[in-house]
Design a binder for this molecule. Sequence first.
Ligand SMILES: [Zn+2]
Length: 630
Amino acid sequence: MSRTLLALAALVALSGPVQAQKPFDDPVVERMRKDIFFLAGPECEGRGVETKGIQKAADHIAAAFQKAGLKPAMKDGTYFQPFDTLLDPAPTAGTLVFLEGDKKTPTKLGTDLAVMGFTRATMKASGGLVFAGYGITAPKLKYDDDEGLYVEGQVVVILRRTPRYGAKGDKRFDTTLPDGQDSSHAAFTAKIALAQTNKAAALIIVNDSTAATGNLDPLPVFREHLFGAPASKIPVFMVKRETVSDLFKGAGHKTLKELEAAINNQLKPQSFELKGVTADAVATIKRPAIPSKNVVGVLEGAGPLKDETVVIGAHYDHVGYGTRNSAGGATASGKVHYGADDNASGTTGVIELARRFGAMKDRQGRRIVFITFSGEEDGLQGSQFYCKEPLFPLNKTAAMINMDMIGRTKPVHVDWLGLFPKKDKLVVYGTGTGDGFEKLTEETAKKADFRLFKVAASAGNSDNHSFYLKKIPVLFLFTGLHGEYHRPTDTPETIDVPGMKRVADVVEQMALNLTTRETAPKYAVVTSGAPADPTRPAPPQPKGPTGPRLGILPNYAFEGTGVLLEGVVMGGAAEKAGLKDGDIIIEIAGVATPDLGTYMSAMGGQKLGTSINIVVERKGKKLTLKADLK
Ligand SMILES: [Zn+2]
């Protein structure tokens, strides 16, 4: 294809509304257009769990359910199933005061003090102050900042990175990684581990002169170190150089700059105890809980299958103002992320299905429970909650159909030049999770004239997966990823509403089958993976073998110690080892796993083909299980 044509297509894509979004002649398309324009309109504020807008969205859905003739699912006569969406831990307060006789040197959180994201729980510490250079003990290099220093119970101040960091040609401390990268000694985690081993009370890190350039002495944001690294057992702070330097000088020592230069010149530690100086530190970490609700409406069944249930669901929350989970970067934060495709589209689908089934006279077969979930963008929390406290028994729930991002059926956003295949696309995940699903999917997609992409596995990134892990067969409809995903530009004008109606047609046919077929579909485990977007070419596979996986779904909302299992993938290493839902993993291969971060790094250190011990807490009792990592 010529570049001119591509450029022209790009111009077209930028030039505004994709299609006329004036009223449609088809009354069904028109009512769906109205729903999605409301749900993804400014009034609903991107449906972030902490916004007022999401309440308006919930009221809109409940009103539509009522109008469609659905019964409220709750005993209190409402459509709202309440639960808390738990957000990531964050520091709500942090104080660090240096004391020298009567003299107090306070620091101010956000200005000259930061609590680092390794600190995952509220902690207090106080002790004498020691300076321990770069916080490195490297026997092979005959360099030890802690040599002769009494660290136990003390508050330790260290520099970031390594001596002569980044100096041209000096790879002294780059013992493990290629040139230009942080050495293992420079890693925060290595410095924290050393401080913990030496039983320090708290760790204070200051930028070295290579991290603080010009007048900048940047403090990290908490979130930067919240994931992918183990939680620290001691509070870890970062403090401005000036604060520490003044303190050292006041106590009769060299300034930070002088100390740093002395270490770098001679490659000899310059550690010392600040006699008469102590520090009091408190880091208060909280995990905000946002009151949220699933919206649940019911159409009772009739006949011999009426005690069984089919769930039709979609999440209605999105990322609000993009302060979390935005793909748009810093410039997008604070702007409304309308979430038209993600997932006002699926929500509109659920409302549409409620209308269609609600209008059927003397409908026979299984009960249909229509659910729009909240808390999805923060880790499938609404659907996990429903599966934990189901309103209808899960063992009599025959199937779950999920819709997430069903508003982009067109092969490309705009195709005025007619360069792309004409047929609209539809992805269905989970076709291997229930018997007969593959045929049902093929037939229904064909009837609605879609180019079908089937995936046998249940995708782990949407609410279907919560049900799949409870051994319920699932079908998940999706129309593909796009450039507006999780950005303020995911607006209703970009939605193909007639295409969305045809996705609803597919779900209607699927649900008709699933509510009336004589025997409930038999659940099957699919161990193969689910690609993020089968409508696009597969991304290149990472080089080398990937690390072993246990096959667990952790509960992201768990606040206790350990990793609580929301589910265990059948056929996976965890299941074979005998792990069960509700178990709390507290140790992996001899390494304590008080939280997800430590669990992830403990698993990261394991090798395929080995056996490891997993210690779990089950009903208050400790249990050691053996898992084969294949
Ligand atoms: Zn999303």
